[in-house]
Design a protein around this ligand. Structure first.
Ligand code: 3NM
Length: 222
């Protein structure tokens, strides 16, 4: 990815909303619409876990959420489903360490945004060498959302990555809400990835607005 694209992506990662129908307390379409109005800058469709749609229902929901993103000029990323990402011509794909091999995904999607979750410095090194465009680093705080999440690390790994001189765009993930946002950005992240704090908020628009404001304030301090 060129430097120009890299800087555009860094900016877009500010408030990174992730969800699937299983994370929402009202309709996912409504939740996403409100979240985008509030200031979410990039969205990842992650239809995964207990109660998640599969097959046609999953595809249909993905299409509808992508249309909402397009209407709002917001990047649409698909979690760990290469076929769906290809079919919808998504803007990018996010993979975990146990999903498809990064180099294979890069070959399949030479021009798309590819994000990967990283939990150790070794995984970071491999992700950078393998051509990832951004890293999801976590879990920063305890999370109820991902049952097989790794040990909580706070912001230590993000700080280590930056101390080693890596400039790859980073989003922190895991248990992040508005109050915890500044700490993550000040540690060296470009954005915060959030599920529950937006998907289960009484007002997803207000929750997104608050997180956006914290990201903006922290970036001014940096
Ligand atoms: N990945 P919430 S933590 C999807 O550590 C995901 O890689 C994580 O959800 C990781 O904002 C996580 O509700 C769940 O805590 C984040």
């Amino acid at each position: 990815m060129s430097n120009l694209k890299n800087e555009t992506l860094r900016e877009a990662l500010g408030v990174y909303f992730i969800m699937g129908s299983q994370n929402c307390i009202t309709s996912p379409q409504k939740t996403l619409d409100l979240a985008l109005n509030g200031g979410v800058s990039i969205f990842q469709f992650r239809e995964k876990g207990e109660g998640a749609f599969v097959g046609t229902e999953k595809r249909q929901l993905a299409k509808e959420l992508q249309a909402i993103c397009r209407k709002n000029n917001t990047l649409f990323i698909v979690n760990d489903d290469l076929e769906l990402a290809k079919e919808l011509d998504a803007d990018g794909i996010h993979i975990g360490q146990d999903d498809e091999d990064l180099q294979y995904v890069r070959r399949e999607f030479p021009d798309k945004i590819i994000g990967i979750s990283a939990h150790t410095l070794e995984e970071v090194e491999k992700a950078v060498a393998g051509g990832a465009d951004y890293l999801g680093v976590g879990p920063i705080y305890a999370t109820e959302t991902k049952k097989d999440a790794k040990e909580v690390k706070g912001t230590t790994l993000i700080e280590q990555i930056r101390d080693l001189g890596y400039t790859i765009p980073i989003v922190g993930i895991g248990g992040i809400n508005a109050k915890r946002t500044q700490e993550v950005i000040l540690a060296g992240a470009d954005g915060v990835s959030v599920i529950t704090a937006i998907s289960k908020a009484e007002s997803p628009d207000k929750a997104s607005q608050e997180i956006k404001s914290e990201v903006t304030q922290a970036k001014k301090i940096k």
